[in-house]
Design a protein around this ligand. Structure first.
Ligand code: MLT
Length: 253
């Protein structure tokens, strides 16, 4: 599994892993983070990477490690992930921890799916023959964006809709299976020894601030920041504040 990626800038490698059901395009506003070599992979079945029906959260983390090998990135990287990207970042921390120098976890959580969450995913998987990414996005907009964004940032709503609607059903289904079957990351949080920033949108309905607090509480010395007036995608909803918080943390890391 080779991951397509976009690269920009120079400096310490900063790898950002996208959320579901998006692509590396969701990190467009982070091109302003100066002083870093931004590496933005597309997971299988998203953006420009071919689908892999058998992918798991662990295999996605392995693919990120292989991408670093292919790019001859030997130095430790700062790895960031939003939501599904955060699940992969946590798997990377367990399986490839020596390659990390910092961890940025945005709007994600360590606990696995409960039965209700698995059932919701199975409904999406079962609907695959008639599912379209555009229809899925219509369902997801109210959950993925905060009320402030939905009420007052129509361009962001449109951008998020367009990125999501452009994805392949094969990728959506494979990602739902991978997330449904992901491991409970709580047992290895205590082994994470790199500087970690946990960020959460105050209006995040998918991984609410309480989930972010539980995650941060599990990682020794981590910093937790709540971003006002943002939902599940603060890097897109309130990019200036997100970049300020992340930029200040990166400067200390
Ligand atoms: C995401 O934003 O990546 C997903 O909502 C995460 C999930 O479905 O658990």
């Amino acid at each position: 599994m080779t991951l397509f990626h976009t690269a920009s800038g120079s400096g310490t490698p900063l790898v950002l892993l996208h959320a579901f059901p998006f692509s590396n395009e969701m990190w467009q506003p982070q091109f302003g983070l100066a002083g870093y070599q931004l590496l933005l992979p597309d997971f299988p079945g998203f953006g420009k990477t071919d689908p892999d029906p058998d992918m798991t959260i662990d295999s996605m983390a392995d693919a990120v490690a292989r991408l670093l090998d292919e790019l001859n990135v030997a130095q430790p990287v700062v790895l960031g992930g939003c939501s599904m990207g955060g699940y992969v970042a946590l798997a990377f921390a367990r399986n490839h921890g020596r390659r990390l120098r910092g961890l940025l976890l945005s709007d994600t959580k360590a606990e696995p799916d409960d039965d209700k969450a698995k059932a919701v995913r199975n409904k999406v998987i079962d609907a695959a023959p008639t599912l379209t990414a555009a229809a899925l996005m219509e369902d997801m907009i109210p959950k993925v964006l905060g009320t402030t964004t939905r009420d007052s940032r129509p361009l962001v709503v449109e951008e998020v809709r367009q990125i999501g609607a452009a994805q392949q059903v094969a990728g959506i289904v494979a990602a739902q299976k991978a997330m449904r079957d992901r491991a409970d990351a709580r047992p290895w949080l205590k082994d994470i020894r790199v500087p970690t920033l946990v960020v959460v949108g105050e209006e995040d309905a998918i991984t609410p601030p309480a989930a972010a607090k539980a995650l941060a509480d599990g990682i020794r010395g981590s910093t937790l920041v709540t971003i006002p007036a943002a939902g599940h995608l603060p890097n897109l909803e309130t990019p200036d504040e997100f970049n300020r918080v992340v930029g200040e943390w990166l400067a200390r890391t």
